[in-house]
Ligand binder design. Structure first.
Ligand code: IMP
Length: 180
């Protein structure tokens, strides 16, 4: 089994590309009928969602507006839960049906922050498609509507997700090997 390292941390293969692509195909089939008449504004949350968004959105056959936003909330391998800023929200939100595309819902705090911000900005309808969801880590009442894969609360990298900015480009998902 190939082990990859980032700094002192070791990661083992977790979910293969083939499995991820099947999950995304299924997700696109759930999203497309539900959103085709909603003139969606898709907000892709950078940087983590860039790989997922590229694969998912190419399977959506109708036209959508796409914006890329940045939310800073994570340091190291534990979510701080503190969302510090949002950048890139430029199109008017008022009255729009917004589909947030995220890499992962962990504590849920980023999702709640974004939802509340978009409500405040006058969005008509808000929903989220997340590549990964760690239900056992969610500390909020937020439940993502469209989920690619549910995972246990372990730390993962690859397919857009990083550790300290590294590992985003690794194919498939890799799981942190615990030192214990
Ligand atoms: P939340 O606010 O705790 O739900 O965390 C959201 C953000 O934390 C995600 O958008 C990711 O950037 C980051 N994050 C959470 N879990 C992981 C992980 O296992 N690997 C890499 N980043 C993660």
């Amino acid at each position: 089994m190939e082990i990859r390292k980032i700094d002192q941390l070791s990661f083992e293969p977790f979910i293969r590309e083939e499995e991820i692509q099947l999950a995304i195909e299924r997700l696109a089939k759930e999203i497309a009928p539900a959103w085709k008449d909603k003139n969606p504004l898709v907000l892709v949350v950078l940087q983590g969602a860039f790989v997922f968004a590229a694969d998912l959105l190419r399977q959506i056959p109708f036209s959508v507006d796409i914006e890329f936003i940045r939310v800073k909330s994570y340091e190291g391998t534990e979510s701080s839960g503190e969302v510090r800023s949002v950048m890139g929200l430029e199109l008017p939100i008022i009255g729009r049906n917004v589909l947030i595309v995220e890499d992962i819902v962990d504590t849920g705090k980023t999702a709640v922050y974004l939802r509340d911000l978009l409500i405040e900005m006058g969005a008509n309808h808000i929903s989220m498609a997340t590549f990964l969801y760690k239900p056992a880590a969610n500390q909020t009442d937020f439940e993502p509507e469209f989920v690619g894969l549910k995972i246990d609360p372990t730390f993962v990298v690859g397919y857009g997700l990083d550790y300290e900015g590294k590992g985003r480009h690794w194919p498939g998902l890799w799981r942190l090997i615990s030192e214990k």
